[in-house]
Structures are given as C-alpha cells and as structure tokens.
Design a binder for this molecule. Structure first.
Ligand SMILES: Cc1cc2nc3c(=O)[nH]c(=O)nc-3n(C[C@H](O)[C@H](O)[C@H](O)COP(=O)(O)OP(=O)(O)OC[C@H]3O[C@@H](n4cnc5c(N)ncnc54)[C@H](O)[C@@H]3O)c2cc1C
Length: 409
C-alpha cells in the first residue's frame, strides 16, 4: 500500500510539532511555509530569552488560558509542561527554572533548539518546502501554492493548518488565511491584539522626555466594580512608549484591558508608584516639612521617587493637587491612568481570536472540512506571556498530528 502523505502548512512550532508526530506515526510529513525558512517567530521569541513553559502548579498553569481552559486542558494533558521540558532535553538542550518560575533553555536561545529539532525532523523523513505560500484549494479540492516556480498544486491524504496568528506579519504570520477559511464557512473569531501595549495621550513634553524609560517595581490595579468583579492588582514593571505603555506588567493585564476598551471606549487603571510602602507611610513622608526644597527634591529625598515616576506625577496630577501633600500622597499610591486603545495587532506579542473550537472536533479536525486539522496560535485562545503560548502551540500541534494519524487509520 502506498505511504500516506500529510501536508502541514505553516512551519512554526505548532506545524513542526505536528510534523514530528506524523513522522513518528509512519506517514510522509511535508511542511510548506511561505517564508524562506521555518520558525522565524520562534527564533525572534528567543531574542529576549526563550521562555519555553512555566513550572508553576498544573492547576495554576491551566488557569492561564482563561475561558478557553476547558478546550486547552485536553491538549496539555497529552503534552504537559513537564513533558515539554523532557522533549527539549531529548533534543540535547538543558533547561532551567528562573526566579519567576519560568522555564528557559540554559543558554536562553531559540536557535540551537530549532537547529537540533530540524536536524531530527529531517532524519525522520520530514520534508520542508520553503517559499510555498498556501492560496487555498483548487476546485478539484487539491492544495494550491504560490512558489518561485509559479503556482503548484499538491494532493495530500490530510492537511494540518498551523498558520499562526496575526501579529508580526513580517515573520510570516500575516493572517491571510482568514478569508481562505471564512469562504469555506469555517467560524473564525476576529483576530485581536493580545499581550499588547496601549495608547495614552501623553503630552509632547512627557513623550519626548520619558519615552523608552522603564517603570520598575510598580503595581497596577484595574477597577472592575462596575462589571461586578473584584479589582485586580498585579505588581511588576513596564515601559513608557511614545504612544503609551507596554511591557510585561501591561501584557499580563492586556486581555481584560482590551476587552474593556472594546466595550466602553476606554479602560481605567490605577498605578501604585510605591507598592511596597503602606499609604500611611507615604502620607507621613510627603507631609514632612519640605522647607525651601522643590517638590521634586522633597519626593526624591523622602520617598526615593525620581525620574519617570516624578514625571508621571507631574503629567497626571493637577497642579492644585500636587501642592496638597495629602492628595499627592494618595496619587502616589493610586495614580489614575486612562488607556484609550490597544496598539495595533502587528505590534502585539500574540493574537487572540481565530478558528473556533466549536468548529472542530476533539482531535482539532474542522467539522466542515474532514481531513483538515488546525493547530497553534491560529486557534481561538489566548494566554499571557510566561511560556503559556509556546506550550499550547506545541501541545496543539502534537494533538493535531496525532488526530490525523487516528483519522487516517
Ligand atoms: C517578540 C515575541 C516574543 C515571543 N516570546 C515568546 C516566549 O518567550 N514564549 C512563548 O511561549 N511565546 C513567545 N512568543 C509567542 C510565540 O512565538 C508564538 O505564539 C508561536 O510562535 C506561535 O506558533 P505557531 O506555530 O502557531 O505560529 P507561527 O510561529 O506564527 O508560525 C506560523 C507559520 O505559518 C506560516 N504561514 C502563514 N501563512 C502562510 C501561508 N498562507 N502559506 C504558507 N505558510 C504560511 C508563517 O510563515 C509561519 O512560519 C513570542 C512572540 C513574539 C512576537
């Protein structure tokens, strides 16, 4: 009997993992990608320190997928964060757990891992077809690709689509697959920025003086009382940008903030510039006599506040409140900031939205297109940074690959 062939379209972590599962199952796995090389976003992820997964307790890990936890949990059950680490070790790459619980390769880099992985994939017979942009299906139902040699068609016994989300289009994930699947009546939740920055209407003075500055050790409280939820508070750091704010603390809150802006046109947060100081201590220090000193040097000498933190107070606190020690102390502990819009999806670390789980069976096969499976960030889920993105991409890739094997049997 002729060996079955499976086309995997998209050579990011999800597609490569699907190819690995398929090759292990004895079928011919052909990976097609529009770019000149695979794994470009994976490599970029390694630039700032490749965060593979997280070591926190499994229940806490699962909760990071929010409302999609029920759909992601069965995928992770087959490829847990622990299994992911073992898989990385199997490629000859050691990992370590950072102080935050995040898991990294020992050298923090993605390139050696990708190199070792591609080597192993090729050895197991996986074939990579670069510069093959998928254009959809021909009328006869074969796959159609734009290649340097012109348009080509490919027949496969099954297909895994792992085309990525909608951020960082220049790395390949340009979401041009959305209309291709919509035309086939596949339900797709609109792609939206996730783990993204937000816009704030900074004054020209503040923007030119502080864009690029880091706010370290601050806390943000998001008020949710009006929607009947307790306020959410997180501590961390972020960066002032020309347009607003971005960085890990903002990303951690970004899904809720984005949804709030969609619902009501803006989102309010409160910034605590001295999260380790009780309010009363801040009041005591601010109200001490300041003599002939300026407010700036008073705040610096009594509270250690300077630079961008004092700049933010100047930017956001009315002059009259700034002159009132009690109001100023309260502003230091709860400085209101209004976020006007999420930054564009192309700048985001990842995207939310995508192929809905309702349109797929438990093996990630599209109900409307038997034999076509989907995996990775193109599915309708989101998660914060911390290794949760790659973990779910890899787990869904493996699930789709195994799903194809079951279906072919
Ligand atoms: C700056 C940055 C840092 C990140 N850091 C981390 C991190 O530390 N940890 C973490 O967990 N996650 C991180 N991520 C997120 C993570 O990289 C992505 O979630 C992950 O790469 C998505 O994998 P994927 O396989 O679903 O899609 P992708 O990696 O986007 O791959 C999709 C592939 O499909 C190809 N493709 C698209 N359309 C077509 C088409 N029509 N025809 C042919 N090929 C096509 C693309 O060329 C691409 O190669 C980071 C992302 C960014 C942008």
């Amino acid at each position: 009997m002729q060996r079955k062939t499976v086309a995997i379209i998209g050579g990011g972590p999800a597609g490569l993992m699907a190819a690995e599962a398929l090759a292990a199952g004895g079928v011919q796995a052909d990976v097609y990608d529009a770019m000149p090389s695979v794994g470009r976003k994976f490599l970029l992820a390694g630039k700032g320190g490749m965060n593979l997964t997280h070591s926190e307790p499994y229940d806490a890990f699962l909760s990071r997928y929010g409302s999609r936890t029920p759909q992601i949990a069965p995928l992770l059950a087959e490829f847990t964060p622990e299994a992911l680490r073992e898989w990385v070790h199997g490629l000859g790459i050691d990992t370590f757990v950072g102080s935050s619980g995040r898991v990294f390769p020992t050298d923090m880099k993605a390139a050696p891992l990708l190199r070792a992985w591609l080597h192993r994939l090729r050895q197991t017979g996986v074939r990579l077809h670069m510069r093959h942009r998928w254009l959809g299906w021909t009328e006869a139902g074969t796959l159609c690709f734009d290649t340097p040699q012109g348009q080509q068609t490919v027949n496969a016994d099954a297909v895994v689509l792992a085309l990525g989300g909608g951020s960082w289009a220049r790395l390949g994930s340009d979401a041009r697959w959305v209309p291709l699947l919509s035309q086939r009546e596949i339900a797709i939740a609109p792609l939206q920025p996730s783990n993204c920055g937000f816009e704030i209407g900074w004054s020209e003075y503040f923007r030119s003086r502080f864009a690029g500055d880091h706010l370290k050790s601050v806390a943000i409280t998001v008020e949710l009382e009006d929607v009947g939820l307790p306020a959410s508070r997180k501590q961390g750091e972020f960066v002032i940008t020309a347009e607003g704010i971005e960085g890990s603390l903002i990303y951690a809150l970004s899904a809720g903030l984005r949804d709030r802006i969609s619902a009501s046109g803006k989102a309010m947060i409160q910034l605590d510039l001295l999260p380790d100081w009780p309010l009363q201590r801040v009041i005591d220090e601010v109200t001490r006599p300041r003599g002939a000193r300026s407010w700036s040097s008073h705040l610096q000498s009594r509270l250690g506040l300077k630079g961008v933190k004092t700049g933010l107070l100047r930017e956001l606190v009315a002059a009259a409140d700034f002159a009132d020690p009690l109001l100023l102390a309260h502003a230091i502990k709860a400085l209101p900031l209004t976020l006007l819009a999420a930054r564009p999806i192309d700048e985001a670390i990842s995207s939310a939205g995508g192929v809905t789980f309702e349109g797929m069976d438990r093996q990630l096969m599209l109900k409307a297109l038997p034999g076509v499976f989907c995996a990775g960030e193109m599915l309708d889920w989101e998660a914060p940074t911390g290794g949760y993105l790659l973990t779910a991409c890899l787990a869904s890739g493996r699930a789709a690959g195994n799903g194809v094997l079951n279906w072919l049997r």
